[in-house]
Design a protein around this ligand. Structure first.
Ligand SMILES: Nc1ncnc2c1ncn2[C@@H]1O[C@H](COP(=O)(O)OP(=O)(O)OP(=O)(O)O)[C@@H](O)[C@H]1O
Ligand SMILES: [Mg+2]
Length: 403
């Protein structure tokens, strides 16, 4: 395994460098690279896929060939000590998460820069607009096609994939920052604690953070991710009823709703987000306690200005959002006025948002303009209700569908 991993990373790095790019981060078998030229980034992606198909991978572990998933995006971002930060980096990671092994995905922004500059024999197939796991604006996504590239993948793993069961609402803006909080909460919710309460003062971003954690947790496994809005719930006795309505659990005559609810959830793998619980704290605590005792695979992510105060609860306190670097363009979907204030070199505000005004071509040229990330099937399925998408087809082998 280690030999295959090292060989994979070497091959990816070689192809990127031959095309004029630079790998600036590798974690496991995932690489991030930056290019000055989007066309060169696409050429590297195609070369990686072709090389992956012909590479004499070590015979162990046995199984179908290793498949690489690659995503390309373009935009301005901040560089610090050789690393890159900002919405563009987050976006390419989410694009990558939507892809399948063997696929090369290209964002709408990168495709605009490729207009008339596609490498020989390579085309772009329009896969339509997709809500990547960020609940903000939809992204137009393309798939590179041509000789040596796989075709016929399943639906993208975006929030629009019908296999992902959820009721998470779209948001008017893209999610900003909080990378460390997201990583910690993801790990807490998926691996360490089945009951996590995000606590902080009003307006600090608790609900938005919970929604983002929930969106990222969706992987098609289990029985889905369900948001229960408690803000409009006036009476404590309506809390269980509101959760039951979202999970489509029917009331049984002569039986407390909470009992019917926990029975119906039973052993299902679920993540329930109880949003804005502070004004019905007692009822929310009772519900959480019952779910923790009777539903061994259900996870609860609560947002509240105060903790529930029950045993087993992991309290996660939120701090104010860090101020972004001044040279970073605001994420897509933010009002143009705030874009203009963050981006002094942008053209005068027209009052109308369009993709071409999100980051000006001049700024693209000034800064890093294309990114690739590749991902490789992991051999270690994650515990809990969220399972690794790469499944072993037999003990010791990795399935070919890859990531
Ligand atoms: N990281 C973020 N990225 C983008 N928008 C955010 C982020 N955090 C908060 N917001 C926005 O700020 C506003 C307030 O955030 P939010 O509703 O999450 O606060 P809250 O802590 O849940 O407040 P309350 O206690 O009143 O429920 C919302 O419009 C939300 O979309
Ligand atoms: Mg809230």
């Amino acid at each position: 395994m280690a030999e295959a991993s090292a060989r994979h990373n070497r091959m990816v790095r070689e192809q990127i460098e031959v095309a004029g790019g630079r790998v600036f981060k590798t974690v496991g078998e995932a690489s991030r690279a930056v290019f000055a030229d989007t066309s060169a980034a696409l050429a590297a992606a195609v070369a990686i896929q072709r090389a992956a198909d012909t590479e004499p991978w070590p015979p162990w572990p046995p199984g179908p060939p290793i498949k690489v998933c690659i995503a390309l995006h373009a935009g301005a971002c901040a560089e610090r000590d050789g690393d890159y930060f900002g919405p563009v980096v987050n976006r390419v990671a989410r694009l990558l998460a939507a892809g399948h092994g063997g696929q090369v995905l290209v964002s709408g922004a990168a495709s605009e820069l490729l207009d008339g500059r596609l490498p020989g024999g390579i085309g772009l197939r329009d896969l339509g607009e997709h809500h990547l796991k960020d609940l903000g604006h939809a992204e137009r996504v393309f798939q590179a096609t041509g000789p040596g590239l796989d075709r016929g993948f399943g639906p993208l793993r975006s929030l629009d994939d019908p296999a992902l069961r959820h009721n998470l609402p779209s948001q008017a803006t893209s999610f900003v920052g909080r990378a460390a909080e997201l990583a910690e909460l993801r790990s807490l919710v998926l691996r360490e604690s089945r009951l996590v309460t995000i606590v902080g003062p009003g307006g600090i971003g608790k609900s938005r953070l919970a929604l983002q954690v929930a969106a990222e947790a969706l992987d098609g496994a289990g029985d889905g991710v369900w948001l229960v809005e408690l803000a409009p719930v006036g009476e404590p006795e309506l809390v269980a009823r509101t959760v039951a309505a979202v999970l489509q659990v029917r009331e049984e005559q002569g039986r407390p709703m909470l009992d019917s609810l926990v029975d119906a959830i039973g052993g299902r793998y679920l993540l329930v987000v109880l949003d804005n619980a502070e004004h019905v704290l007692g009822a929310a605590a009772k519900l959480a306690d019952a779910m923790m005792r009777c539903c061994p695979r259900a996870c609860l992510l609560v947002t509240s200005r105060e903790p529930l105060g029950i045993s087993g609860e992991h309290v996660f306190r939120v701090s104010p959002l860090a101020v972004p670097p001044a040279d970073l363009p605001p994420p897509a979907g933010w009002p143009l006025s705030s874009r203009c204030s963050c981006s002094p070199s942008a053209p005068p505000c027209t009052g109308k948002a369009s993709p071409s005004t999100r980051v000006t071509p001049r700024r693209w040229r000034q800064s890093a303009s294309a990114w690739t990330g590749s991902r490789w099937p992991s051999s270690s399925p994650r515990p809990g209700w969220v399972r690794c998408r790469c499944r072993r087809s037999a003990p010791g082998s990795i399935s070919g569908s890859g990531c």
